[in-house]
Design a protein around this ligand. Structure first.
Ligand code: FAD
Ligand code: DLZ
Ligand code: SF4
Length: 521
């Protein structure tokens, strides 16, 4: 008798329609799911992320078993646990003697490298299938990218709109424009409040995982108290229903707004579920379009939401595999300052950073504009070493996977790729944060003060950044003109800016070693 087909399903592949399950018969298939120490500790993930992934994996295994599949589930506390995907696959091959291992390509470069060795390592046949949960295949992205001097999301996004037919009226974009971003930059008005998103009470499975994570990874960053992420498809669907019913209308206009203490605002908070595979991104886009077609949501909100998914999400994934492995080492701006300690402790008098780090610690989440224009902007202006910033972003967010975190951090916020992904760095002074948030009114620094003791640190840091990278950005069509303002200031004012920035940078305590990475115990 030939052995069964062995189907390994990784922690971010929790999708019933996964390509490796297509056309399989239940009697002839063993599904392998593995909790392994390597994955829990290649960076010291936020505790909520480990709970989320393990709990979602255990619930998914239950769901598959209830549907009649045979699932071989290896728990982290199995005394024989080999600690790695490859080690566990070797043990499973001994147990089941499969005729074929069929697996969907891993989302992370690191794991893909290991997976590529499996065919040589093991005696049985190994097939690696394309992850068809993305609209754009890698071959298609590479083909789109190959003769372009610059890769720009906007043009890629239009291709994806045409390909999916989303928000298309024939050959034309719905409403006559491709992009309604100019309507999506409203500052938060006084009293603006978003409805609370649903939180999901931990059940028995989640509680068991919480205990495991407390005992094995209790010293990792972050708090578990507020854990309320969807861990099943049903919960994730409920979270999506609530977004479409209550928050999508304001999603667009207030996409860039920030309010102290209001951690979610009108964001969907669906990235953890999409990235795990609990929600189908294309299906969410179709629901968003339907809301627009039914007159239940405005076009600027719906187009903005769809652009984040079939635009940015697809684009960064294509970009990641197109640029790896070099992207992980890139440091075009030659930035070498260590990550400040306050990124881990939240202990800073800068109210904007303190609030974003508090939300990150409590929720394993911060919304896009907090990641981009506060946490990211500071790291860019202060010249923090890209690899340290990348590690931080990979550790702290429940939705973080290398394929999506790295392009956003290295290329979008730090310009470490030298401008392949974005046409300019997202550098901003305190003015921007003041306009888009209520942070500055509660800050010990004065946003209107440009230099000297008490000035908002973003103000001198902004000019310090531009001055030190003048050679690179002076000819940039999108920000080059700013140097005329710098030149008009005159030497005395310029020196004040540079000295204020340098004095502030001198006060930054570098983070202790070992926050982000430690070997598997
Ligand atoms: P919404 O604001 O509701 O957006 C809807 C969906 O669009 C998101 O769920 C997400 O799937 C997608 N999306 C939006 N922006 C992006 C983007 N720039 N790249 C890819 N997908 C996007 N997203 C991650 O999923 N994982 C990460 O590790 C991650 N790291 C980031 C790091 C930085 C420095 C920045 C600037 C952005 C990062 N993002 C990351 C993108 C974005 O911030 C999150 O997807 C978003 O905050 C998740 O919250 P939400 O579901 O409420 O998103
Ligand atoms: C993030 C994560 C964690 C913490 N643990 C596991 C695990 O034990 N087993 C597993 O299959 N997946 C885990 N994951 C998600 C993986 O890191 C993710 O599937 C791969 O990195 C994608 O290449
Ligand atoms: Fe942040 Fe500066 Fe505003 Fe303080 S004054 S909250 S540091 S932008």
């Amino acid at each position: 008798m030939p052995g069964p087909v062995l189907v390994p399903i990784l922690g971010d592949q929790l999708t019933r329609t996964l390509a490796s399950l297509g056309g399989r018969t239940k009697a002839d298939t063993v599904i392998l799911m593995m909790e392994v120490c390597d994955e829990a500790t290649y960076v010291r993930h936020h505790k909520q992320k480990i709970v989320l992934v393990f709990s979602a994996m255990r619930h998914f295994a239950e769901e598959l078993r209830e549907a009649g599949w045979t699932v071989d589930y290896v728990r982290l506390d199995d005394p024989n646990n080999a600690g790695s995907f490859t080690g566990e696959l070797a043990r499973a091959i001994e147990r089941h003697d499969p005729r074929l291992v069929s697996v969907v390509e891993a989302g992370e470069w690191r794991v893909r490298q290991d997976m590529d060795q499996w065919a040589d390592k093991f005696a049985c046949e190994v097939e690696i299938l394309r992850d068809d949960r993305f609209v754009c295949s890698q071959a298609e992205f590479d083909d789109w990218a190959k003769d372009r001097k610059e890769l720009r999301m906007e043009f890629f996004y239009r291709e994806m709109r045409r390909k999916t037919g989303l928000l298309m009226d024939g050959n034309e974009p719905a409403g006559g424009q491709w992009n309604y971003d100019s309507e999506n930059r409203k500052p938060p008005k006084e009293g603006l409040a978003a409805p609370e998103r649903p939180k999901f009470e931990p059940d028995g499975i989640t509680h068991e995982v919480i205990d495991l994570v407390q005992s094995r990874f209790g010293d990792h960053f972050g708090s578990l108290e507020r854990f309320g992420w969807p861990v099943t498809r049903v919960e994730a669907e409920r979270a999506a229903d609530a977004f479409f019913a209550e928050r999508i209308e304001c999603f667009g206009p207030y996409q860039d707004a920030m309010i102290a203490g209001q951690d979610d605002l009108f964001h969907s908070m669906l990235s953890t579920s999409i990235n795990l595979g609990l929600l189908d991104p294309l299906d969410l886009c179709r629901r968003a379009e339907q809301a627009y077609r039914d007159g239940k949501a405005p076009l600027n909100s719906v187009e903005g939401f769809i652009r984040q998914i079939i635009g940015w999400r697809e684009y960064v994934r294509g970009f990641y595999f197109n640029q790896m492995p070099g992207l992980a080492e890139a440091n075009a701006l030659d930035a070498h300052r260590p990550l400040p300690e306050f990124y881990w402790t939240g202990e800073t008098e800068m109210a904007c950073l303190a609030d974003c780090i508090r939300s990150t610690r409590d929720n394993a989440h911060a919304h896009h504009i907090q990641r981009l224009m506060v946490l990211g902007n500071f790291a860019l202006l202060a010249g923090i070493e890209p690899q340290a910033v990348e590690d931080w972003f990979l550790v702290v967010y429940a939705d973080a996977y290398d394929w999506v975190e790295l392009p956003n951090v290295a290329a979008m916020i730090l310009y470490a790729d030298g401008g392949k992904l974005a046409s300019k760095p997202y550098a901003a002074s305190g003015n921007y944060i003041n306009k888009m948030s209520n942070y500055c009114s509660g800050c010990r620094y004065k946003v209107s003060q440009k230099t000297g003791e008490g000035a908002c640190p973003f103000n001198p840091l902004y000019w310090h950044f531009l001055a030190r990278h003048r050679d690179r950005f002076e000819k940039n069509p999108r920000i080059g003109r700013i140097y005329a303002s710098w030149d008009r200031m005159g030497e005395v004012k310029q020196r004040e800016y540079l000295e204020s920035a340098a004095a502030f940078l001198d006060t930054l305590e570098p983070a202790a070693e070992g926050w982000a990475r430690q070997p598997c115990a």
